[in-house]
Design a protein around this ligand. Structure first.
Ligand SMILES: Nc1ncnc2c1ncn2[C@@H]1O[C@H](COP(=O)(O)OP(=O)(O)OP(=O)(O)O)[C@@H](O)[C@H]1O
Ligand SMILES: [Mg+2]
Length: 210
């Protein structure tokens, strides 16, 4: 899916957080959003991912202005098309790894708590073999980050927003996550990655700096 933002503006409490930001991400390509801490990378991804309303500007997904959708339609769009890797991981700490991986896209598996082979496959990809029954609260920061990446991969979404997806990882896991995200692009997903990691940014098709 193509994502186009025209002159997005976001003001919070009288402060301009995003000031006329425009970006165009053709379907099936990857873009890295870079810029110093506090420059608005997370805010931009949240706006493009419809988690935060913009003050002004248009966000077109495959030509449809999604800022105009009702809350229910936005939610449905999200459920059907979007996977988000949050900077703070966005996991439910009291629940298991398996629950967190299924929670968005496979509610039947989530209820059954028999996670099945697709969850195991996602865990293999992020180097967490056999950890589906572990409670998230007991994982390290880097392990949690990899669970959030496994959840996004599991969803097979058409758009992936990844907010600093390698921030808590060692060099080997960072490289693995690069490969996984670019593998999602090869599958046909449009991938937007906010990052301070120059190596990851360089691997994307485009780099947009805030
Ligand atoms: N809900 C909010 N209310 C007020 N200010 C906010 C809110 N969300 C973000 N901001 C402000 O917007 C600015 C951009 O924040 P954001 O988290 O998007 O930066 P970032 O580029 O992702 O930074 P980092 O690299 O540290 O993750 C910051 O100055 C932050 O204080
Ligand atoms: Mg951020």
């Amino acid at each position: 899916m193509q994502i186009t933002a025209h002159n997005i503006h976001l003001t919070i409490d009288g402060r301009d957080i995003l000031n006329k930001v425009s970006v165009d991400v053709p379907s099936g390509t990857s873009v890295a959003i870079t810029g110093p801490s506090g420059s608005g990378k997370t805010t931009l991804l949240n706006c493009l991912g419809l988690l935060l309303p913009v003050t002004q500007g248009q966000i077109l997904i495959d030509g449809v202005d999604v800022t105009k959708l009702s809350v229910a339609r936005k939610r449905q769009f999200w459920r059907d098309n979007v996977a988000f890797i949050f900077q703070d991981y966005g996991l439910v700490p009291d629940e298991s790894v398996g629950f967190n991986i299924c929670m968005e896209s496979a509610p039947i598996l989530r209820r059954r708590k028999g996670w099945g082979t697709r969850v195991d496959e996602a865990l293999v990809k992020v180097g967490l073999v056999g950890r589906s029954a572990d409670q998230v609260a007991k994982l390290s920061g880097g392990e949690r980050q990899r669970v959030s990446i496994a959840r996004a991969i599991f969803k097979q979404a058409r758009i992936i927003f990844a907010d600093e997806p390698t921030a808590s990882l060692d060099a080997v896991n960072r490289q693995n996550v690069h490969d996984l995200l670019l593998g999602e692009q090869e599958r046909g997903a449009t991938v937007m990655i906010s990052t301070h990691d120059d190596h990851l940014a360089a691997a994307c098709d485009e780099v947009a700096r805030l």
